[in-house]
Design a protein around this ligand. Structure first.
Ligand code: SIN
Length: 335
């Protein structure tokens, strides 16, 4: 199959595929079983299946890990980041595709978005059904990811995620359903393009400004727990969460980042001692803006980032040596 991806005369694109596991490489005991094991198929076998699609591109695979993405770790992120930089620095490489479990793909994508340059497309892709399941979505999603990674217009948009015929920016994407092939949504922007293996339509100009990495990648990610707020929460939850190692806290707050008074006071005491406290929301959509008492409490508002992404940004900011709440707030306002 020679798709209408390239104008006649354009050289065959050369895509580096970095595999980390997930359901896209998963297998079940039968085509109809609900339970399965992610991260079973190696990159060689996966690319052999991709080859049957006949897409006109040169694919070079590398196995970074083969895990369920719940086991994603700083060590694997380091390996992945190094491999991405190497591919992006290779003049023969046109773009990078990363296969990844869907459970934490938004976190890996955002981490890479903050720490990679944007001069070549970097596209993450997964699947909601394992490779031998009836209705496997992995090859379709991968063919779509190929369409994106081979489009010169994908460069400069930051790290992208392709799922279910839609393209999302790393900053916006969030997994919002446990099952089904339409499990992702974007906030504040929905999908930024629609894609099929043979068509790609971008909506709007690139959001990402500047081609350089915004943070230096580090293996030494500071300890930043997330406090999930619920009804009838008491201050001792904060004490149990925070240890001597803790360098900051992200609050998955109620509504617009709210919390019981006792919890707020306990966190304000930590902020007064210099621990950055970021208020996000446990809801799927909506901004968390600064409120008047954030100044007195020295709290930071996560704006559009959900708690898991607010945590990654706080880790990067702290690792870069910034602990002043106003300076940290500027990072959330500007990302
Ligand atoms: C995982 O995140 O590795 C399992 C779930 C999935 O990939 O859909």
């Amino acid at each position: 199959m020679h798709l209408a991806l390239f104008a006649p005369g354009m050289s065959t694109p050369n895509i580096t595929v970095l595999a980390t596991g997930g359901t896209i490489a998963g297998e079940a005991d039968s085509a109809t079983r609900h339970d399965y094991r992610p991260g079973q198929i190696g990159i060689g076998d996966f690319l052999a299946r991709v080859e049957t699609l006949g897409i006109d591109a040169q694919l070079t695979g590398k196995q970074i890990a083969n895990i369920g993405s719940e086991d994603m770790s700083p060590a694997i992120w380091t390996h992945l980041h190094t491999a991405c930089l190497a591919a992006m620095g290779d003049p023969d490489c046109t773009g990078v595709i990363i296969t990844h479990g869907t459970d934490t793909v938004e976190e890996t994508a955002f981490l890479l978005d903050l720490t990679l340059p944007t001069h070549k497309p970097v596209v993450l892709v997964g699947a909601m059904r394992p490779a031998n399941a009836v209705g496997y979505d992995g090859l379709r999603n991968f063919a779509n990811a190929m369409r994106v990674a081979t489009d010169p217009d994908a460069a400069g948009r930051g790290v992208l995620v392709v799922m279910g015929d839609r393209v999302f920016a790393a900053r916006d994407i969030r997994k919002s359903r446990t099952r089904g092939t339409d499990a992702f949504q974007g906030f504040p922007r929905g999908s930024i393009a629609l894609v099929t293996p043979s068509a790609l339509d971008w909506f709007g100009a690139p959001w990402r400004v500047g081609a350089d990495a915004r943070f230096t990648f580090t293996t030494d990610l500071p300890d930043v727990p997330i406090l999930f707020v619920h009804a009838a929460m008491t201050a001792d939850y904060v004490e149990r969460l925070v240890s001597d190692k803790t360098r900051g806290v992200v609050v998955a707050g109620l509504g617009e980042g709210n919390m019981p008074d006792a919890v707020r006071s306990a966190l304000a005491q930590l902020a007064a001692k210099g621990l950055p406290i970021v208020r996000a929301s446990r809801l799927d959509e909506g901004l968390v803006d600064r409120e008047p008492e954030d100044n007195a409490n020295k709290f930071i508002a996560a704006r559009a980032l959900n708690p898991q992404k607010a945590r990654i940004l706080l880790q990067m900011v702290i690792a870069a040596g910034t602990t002043d709440p106003a300076a940290i707030q500027a990072e959330y306002d500007g990302r």
